[in-house]
Design a protein around this ligand. Sequence first.
Ligand code: UGA
Length: 447
Amino acid sequence: MALKITVIGTGYLGATHAAAMAELGFEVLGLDVVPEKIEMLKRGEVPMYEPGLEELLRKHVAGIEGSSGRLRFTMDWAEVGEFGDVHFVCVNTPQKHGEYACDMSYVDAAFESLAPHLHGPALVVGKSTVPVGSADRLAARLAALAPAGEDAELAWNPEFLREGFAVNDTLHPDRIVVGVRSERAEKLLREVYATPVTAGSPFVLTDFPTAELVKTSANSFLATKISFINAMAEVCEAADGDVVKLAEAIGHDERIGKKFLRAGIGFGGGCLPKDIRAFMARAGELGADQALTFLREIDSINMRQRGQMVELAREALGGGSFLGKRVAVLGAAFKPDSDDVRDSPALNVAGQIHLQGGQVTVYDPKGMDNARRLFPTLAYADSAIEAVRGADVVLHLTEWREFRELDPAVLGEAVTTRLILDGRNALDPEVWRRAGWTYRAMGRPKA
Ligand code: UGA
């Protein structure tokens, strides 16, 4: 009989995982504690913008015409405990207020709520990003709380999906990492992931702490790559070099690679910034803080980029104050193909200039509602052309395809001054300069 799977927490990670498990042929039951989310998902709607996810959900959510009916949603823990052979815990672990450490309260609550309903053999699989050592603690808690006792087992299986590519990353993962303590757990997870493994995804078997560490070290490495190239951008800026050419040239070395070397206003979102901070905090608790002090520098290089973008804009406007200056901001999401504005560098820059008296108008293809909620005092426009109308300077801060395809001649008719600052090094300077624009970016020659 096919395994029955439950997914606890239906945010980016959980909603995608649940739909992907149904796509792989399993019967799936998703649970969330937020009623509005569950109601939306039952209708086959997704509470966020994620390309391809709604289509995948609608293909499987029970009650939707033509669906496989393999995917259902509930708020009932007893139903979840009764239903599943394998339970994936996908709740979030945000940064704690006023601390670097991550907030484990949602993970802890999920285990406390689920465990008492596990009456028979069950495998609980943690997917949330947690401080190393959590799995050990949660395994003990599970065995203590579950009526099934030792038969309620834990495994740790970190997730590496990227927002904007969540569906593809989940269905075709570039690796599957599982921390297990028994052959039974390994066998069950091999069964769950049989399709992607047959298609070539490597299956990496580890212990608990290694599985937890793989996730935080992967994100730390990615953050390091971005801050490295941004540090090079600072040096290029001072030496009149070109960081884009530099990244291209060092990227030809396969040991370095071309990816994640786009200099600009740096990384944001719900993962990289909080993960490196939580990693530092945990290393401190373990007495290994020295090993990760470099991450403090990675974090500060990253945060500095935002300030430097503001200074570049000030300088381009002739120095001095932003008072009375009209500033158009293209982009609000922390990256393209996402409506997520959590810790978005683009909104941070927009907010800083606004707070210094600039008249900032923002446009983003998908992030407008979230941006409005977070920064209600900024002005918003319904299109790029409306955002730039009358602008003294245009800031390109999230590299949506829509912005890369803008016609500089058309935009040039709408602005007061043809001045564009490319915070993502994603536009072609030649194209803009030919259309009469002054193009500036961090770490690139001025003309
Ligand atoms: C990141 C990781 O890439 C995923 O593998 C991981 O699963 C996920 O966090 C997570 O922990 O859940 P994500 O937050 O979706 O995924 O975003 P990324 O694509 O990693 O981009 C992060 C930030 O770095 C964005 O603000 C992006 O604009 C910036 N970035 C990326 C750069 O500034 N330069 C680059 O070259 C690449």
